[in-house]
Design a protein around this ligand. Structure first.
Ligand code: AHG
Length: 330
């Protein structure tokens, strides 16, 4: 007996109650993801179609893929009229979306349109990360405060991974579901229902090349992972690393380094949305100071954060390990 295919659109309609008034907004993101997927898949042809930043055979300028993804998502978000403004890792400040007649634009979106984009040239998976907040007051003009909300205020978040297959994973705070793009019918189909992260895992994911740039306690923790025979896996594309950990368990780390004393990853665009997904799958996400990522109060749009995220027991074990070294000295 063949299994029933549930497309993203059908799923959104069936679970309408989970979505408040953002059904159209999530569908806009789904449409943008399909368009970006098509473009990412063509990336290997840049030498034929024209080098990014240069001119193509028709003489038009070829846009860099991360800017292309940025513009495409914003363009798609104009369709439903549910999104009032967007803040993106690619932009200095937020941009407002023109209102659609008769629609209440009750939400703002934060996004990293193409995370890990430096991997594209070598055919490694990249992704889109997004988070959705309710506007503080839809009767008042949008301000920075609409974006500087803690992760705990997120109403939805997710990511799209453009890999061997293209998968959209998201949560509205009621579990995590994943949809795989069926290229034959051009639809995201429910493929991973109610995703749960393993309680612990034997993989750690960190840029070990920075070993000597980490604080001593982090170096000791990495030694400990090695002592415990944990496997090291690091793609260098956060979405892909987190996606793997959601299935296999383990821990992803981006600690402070000498080069990035506050961490490298962005709190609003990367850490919070992925923390929401991982927590909803039963995982844990904290800073190197053991603060829950989603409880950190953002002070600015492009704020950076350190992060340890993954299986709940593995992250808790890391916290207990670091606690022996670091917290007593603060
Ligand atoms: P970019 O989008 O500039 O390629 O950055 C990717 C991010 C994140 O996805 C990844 O985990 C991290 O940067 C990798 O950074 P390092 O190269 O410093 O390890």
């Amino acid at each position: 007996m063949s299994k029933e295919i549930v497309t993203l659109d059908e799923f959104i309609i069936r679970r309408q109650s989970d979505f408040d008034e953002l059904t159209g907004l999530l569908r806009d993101i789904g449409v943008a993801a399909k368009i970006i997927n098509r473009e990412v898949n063509k990336a290997g042809l840049v030498n034929i179609l024209g080098i990014e930043g240069g001119a193509n055979t028709s003489g038009d300028t070829v846009q860099k893929l991360d800017m292309y993804a940025n513009d495409k998502i914003i363009e798609c978000l104009k369709k439903s009229g549910e999104c009032a403004a967007v803040a993106s890792e690619e932009l200095d400040s937020f941009v407002e979306i023109p209102p659609v007649l008769g629609k209440k634009a009750g939400y703002v979106v934060v996004m990293d349109p193409l995370d890990g984009s430096s991997n594209i040239d070598v055919n490694v998976s990249v992704g889109t990360i997004f988070g959705i907040y309710r506007r503080l007051d839809p009767q008042k003009p949008i301000t920075m405060a609409d974006f500087l909300q803690k992760g705990t205020a997120l109403v939805a978040a997710g990511y799209v991974i453009y890999g061997t297959s293209t998968i959209l994973v998201y949560t509205t705070g009621n579990g995590v579901n994943g949809f795989t793009l069926d290229p034959g019918i051009g639809e995201f189909c429910l493929s991973h229902k109610n995703m749960r992260i393993p309680k612990s895992g034997q993989y750690y994911s960190v840029n070990q090349g920075y070993y000597l740039k980490f604080d001593v306690e982090m170096r000791r923790y990495i030694d400990h992972c090695s002592d415990m025979n944990y496997g090291l896996r690091y793609i260098g594309s956060m979405v892909s690393d987190i996606h793997r950990i959601l299935f296999q368990g383990g821990i992803f780390l981006y600690p402070n380094t000498r080069k990035y004393p506050k961490g490298k990853l962005r709190l609003l665009y990367e850490c919070n949305p992925l923390a929401f997904v991982v927590e909803q799958a039963g995982g844990k996400a904290v800073t190197m100071r053991s603060n829950r990522i989603m409880a950190v109060q953002p002070e600015e749009l492009h704020q950076k954060a350190t992060i340890a995220i993954g299986s709940p027991e593995t992250v808790a074990e890391m916290e207990a390990f670091l606690d022996k070294y670091v917290f007593k000295s603060y």
